[in-house]
Design a protein around this ligand. Structure first.
Ligand code: ADP
Ligand code: ADP
Ligand code: ZN
Length: 219
């Protein structure tokens, strides 16, 4: 099964993608994570993207489309994938359709996570990640069990994203409304769009997504 998790910055896409990955063996394809990895490796692509990401603006479509087309052809994606952060424009959505056709794959659902704007700002400003294993946390909503120690790997080093601040968040939300929201009707018309209440607790959001996936298996 191949799905898209769609939602504004901080909606919970990464959190839910990782839960699905653990439980169903699907692969999380996060374009944001791929770009941050490229920046870390000091690649030209990463350097080109970094300036835009730090400003909260979208990276050019062609670059993102190529990145995803390379990735979905890899062997681990045969088990099914969860797109997290792609597509973000109508052009990316159209390119995704074309590449899925080319590679004889299909899209089973687009799960939209609906979250109020105030909550989004609160979510991104409290977000932090383990520097060693990448486990995701939130200062209020998902703190580490032992203060300062990663639950998953025991590391004491954490990082915050440079774009997770209220100022950059304004630009990111604007980009979402202007460039990403138009892909909702695109998928609604195809009958693929399923909306989930993203304001609920992480466990309840997970259950809602699983209910959507089960209905697809039956249908
Ligand atoms: P996205 O990938 O959509 O940007 P994340 O999954 O990284 O969002 O979530 C953003 C922040 O909000 C993280 O710190 C995460 O721990 C927290 N979070 C995710 N889902 C929920 C939820 N349902 N309730 C409260 N906080 C959440
Ligand atoms: P979030 O989880 O907060 O939604 P991401 O980690 O998905 O953020 O993306 C971080 C940044 O990376 C975006 O603000 C944008 O600059 C860039 N980016 C990620 N995916 C895409 C994409 N599909 N198209 C254009 N830019 C992207
Ligand atoms: Zn860790």
């Amino acid at each position: 099964m191949n799905i898209i998790l769609l939602g504004p910055p901080g909606a919970g896409k990464g959190t839910q993608a990782r839960l699905l990955e653990e439980k169903y063996g699907m692969v999380q394809l996060s374009t944001g994570d791929m770009l941050r990895a490229s920046i870390k490796r000091g690649e030209p692509l990463g350097l080109e993207a970094k300036k835009l990401m730090d400003e909260g603006r979208l990276v050019p479509d062609d670059l993102m489309i190529r990145m995803i087309e390379d990735r979905i052809q890899q062997a681990d994606c045969q088990k099914g994938f969860i797109l997290d952060g792609f597509p973000r424009t109508v052009k990316q959505a159209e390119a995704l359709d074309a590449m899925l056709d080319r590679h004889h794959k299909n899209l089973d659902a687009v799960v939209e996570l609906k979250v109020d704007e105030d909550a989004l700002v609160e979510r991104v400003t409290g977000r932090f990640t383990c520097a060693k294993c990448g486990a995701g946390y939130h200062s209020n909503f998902k703190p580490t069990k032992v203060e300062g120690i990663c639950d998953n790997c025991g590391s004491a080093e954490f990082v915050c994203r440079p774009d997770d601040n209220p100022e950059t968040m304004k630009t990111r939300l604007k980009a979402f409304h202007e460039q990403t929201a138009p892909i909702l009707p695109y998928y609604r018309e195809k009958g693929l769009l399923k909306s989930v209440d993203g304001m609920a607790s992480m466990v309840n959001v997970q259950q809602s997504i699983e209910a959507v996936l089960k209905s697809l298996r039956k249908g």
